[in-house]
Design a protein around this ligand. Structure first.
Ligand SMILES: Cc1cc2nc3c(=O)[nH]c(=O)nc-3n(C[C@H](O)[C@H](O)[C@H](O)COP(=O)(O)OP(=O)(O)OC[C@H]3O[C@@H](n4cnc5c(N)ncnc54)[C@H](O)[C@@H]3O)c2cc1C
Length: 478
């Protein structure tokens, strides 16, 4: 069977790549080995976000301003009890993916794809003879799976990865999380709020070092306040049989845990693809290298999403797949991939960022000025009762263009998109000064953070000091 495009993988990258090409009239086949579509978003990310919403509810986090009303948990529940809405959400998401592909007349082939030659794919299914498909263009979007480094590289009840933990029928009293990246931190904050005693262990000595340092410090504080024990610059050398488990740390300390979640990175799902038949090879972690047009070493074979490694986010995976198709089929409607990548971390409280941090601006020698606004000084922030939330904007001191936005607090992941759009359109301070925002709304924080930045810029000029290169520790609200 001949197609214009074969897509390997029905996660978000495969779905968006397939739909994009089909939208522009290409004949598309998509191969998915799992009985259901949606990939990691459906199987892990959505169940996990559902758990987060439940945690926010049962812990009364969203009712903190309703003084006198007690939303304490009545009895000890298991993770599965908290996942009541998961099935409906996952089913709904998978249905949306299937419907989207169906609307675009994409032919779906259930089974495992592997290369026969650079243009031919074999689809193997347990209950059917193999099917052979060929195409001018192939998009590899086969995603990734959790990486279990030693001493966790064995299947033991009680040792989970980020995929399996959301479905575990347990609620451990003592939980050790190995890996302090975004996923490890998200798990830590949610499980601590649900009443687990959580220890988060990470080999790095800095906490989420890609975040703006003020946001990282506040997030770290809030993790500590919910009872999470944070062990940075620490490695696990051995783990006993269990549960309960004894983890031997490189400091010589021993840590007891009833369950362990290993969130120590991911590996690409390329081992079943027979890449050698296409003249391709993955790196040691199973990831494929691509150029700016998402071409592999074989120009007609593109790759997008988690299988190409960093940043391994659903948001960027979808854009990569769309751009791969734009280049492959010379579609004119979109010229380039987004230059800015937002990050959202669904911890409690959530945080988000886009663009430069103070650290990166300093490293790159960009003169900048910072403006801050706090939820507690904002009418809606007061109503919500989020005292710790804040927005920090970083403007280029020369022309007051917005070059970075950082946020911690409720709806931060939504609100950062305001900064993102301003930056995408080269917006300056004037955008926020001129805008009339809804009241009461958290969006207003952008206006007040901008006033703060203008005041600081003026002060810097009056005092004749170099603008921007020092205020990292100044946390005075505007
Ligand atoms: C706990 C967790 C939370 C996350 N939270 C966020 C978040 O908040 N925001 C965000 O942007 N991202 C988040 N992510 C990351 C996001 O889920 C991934 O970046 C995204 O799902 C990658 O999509 P993909 O299509 O590249 O791969 P996948 O979703 O992994 O899909 C790949 C598909 O290919 C199929 N496949 C593999 N090999 C073959 C083969 N040989 N033949 C046929 N089919 C094959 C697989 O079965 C799978 O369905 C999170 C991830 C995790 C684990």
């Amino acid at each position: 069977m001949r197609y214009d495009l074969i897509v390997i993988g029905g996660g978000v990258a495969g779905e968006k790549g397939a739909a994009q090409a089909a939208y522009f009239g290409k004949r598309v086949a998509l191969v998915e080995q799992s009985p259901v579509l949606g990939g990691a978003v459906a199987n892990t990310s959505i169940p996990f976000k559902a758990l987060r919403e439940t945690a926010l509810f049962v812990a009364g986090f969203r009712t903190r301003n309703l003084r006198g009303i007690d939303f304490q948990m009545k009895e000890r529940a298991t993770l599965r009890d908290f996942m009541a809405q998961e099935h409906a959400l996952v089913r709904d998401f998978r249905f949306k993916v299937a419907t989207n592909l169906d609307h675009h007349d994409v032919d779906i082939f259930p089974g495992q794809a592997s290369f026969v030659d650079p243009h031919t794919i074999k689809v193997e299914h347990l209950r059917r003879p193999p099917i052979f498909l060929s195409a001018d263009v192939i998009l590899i979007a086969c995603g990734s799976r959790p990486y279990q480094p030693p001493p966790f590289d064995r299947v033991v009840e009680g040792i989970y990865d980020s995929n399996t933990f959301v479905r575990a029928n347990c609620m451990p009293s003592r939980l050790a999380i190995v890996g302090g990246g975004p996923i490890g931190c998200e798990y830590a904050s949610i499980l601590a709020l649900l009443g687990c005693s959580v220890t988060l262990i990470d080999g790095n000595d800095a906490f989420l070092p890609f975040l703006d340092s003020e946001v990282a410090t506040l997030l770290q504080q809030s993790l500590l306040e919910t009872g999470t024990d944070l062990m940075l610059a620490t490695r696990v050398e051995a783990v006993s049989d269990g549960p309960p488990f004894a983890l031997t740390l490189d400091s010589g300390l021993e840590l007891k845990a009833d369950a362990i979640v290993v969130a120590a990175g991911r590996i690409g799902n390329t081992d079943s693809l027979a890449l050698e038949n296409a003249g391709l090879a993955a790196d040691g972690r199973g990831f494929l290298a691509v150029n700016a047009s998402f071409q592999t070493a074989q120009p007609h074979i593109r790759a997008a999403g988690d299988v190409i490694g960093f940043p391994a986010l659903a948001s960027s995976s979808m854009e990569q797949a769309r751009m791969a198709m734009v280049h492959a089929f010379d579609l004119k409607y979109k010229q380039q991939a987004a230059s800015l990548r937002p990050y959202g971390i669904y911890t409690i409280p959530e945080c988000s960022m886009v663009g430069e941090t103070e650290d990166s601006a300093q490293r790159e020698g960009i003169p900048y000025v910072v403006g801050r606004a706090r939820y507690r000084d904002n009418a809606r922030g007061g109503i919500i009762g989020d005292d710790a939330g804040f927005l920090k904007l970083i403007y280029s001191a020369e022309d007051m263009r917005l070059i970075g936005a950082h946020m911690l607090g409720e709806q931060a992941i939504e609100l950062i998109n305001i900064g993102l759009l301003s930056m995408e359109t080269n917006g300056t301070f004037q955008t926020f000064i001129d805008a009339c925002f809804n009241f009461p709304s958290l969006a207003e924080l952008y206006k007040y953070a901008t006033y703060d930045a203008m005041k600081r810029r003026q002060q810097g000029r009056t005092q004749g000091s170099e603008i921007g290169l020092a205020p990292a520790t100044d946390r005075t609200p505007a």
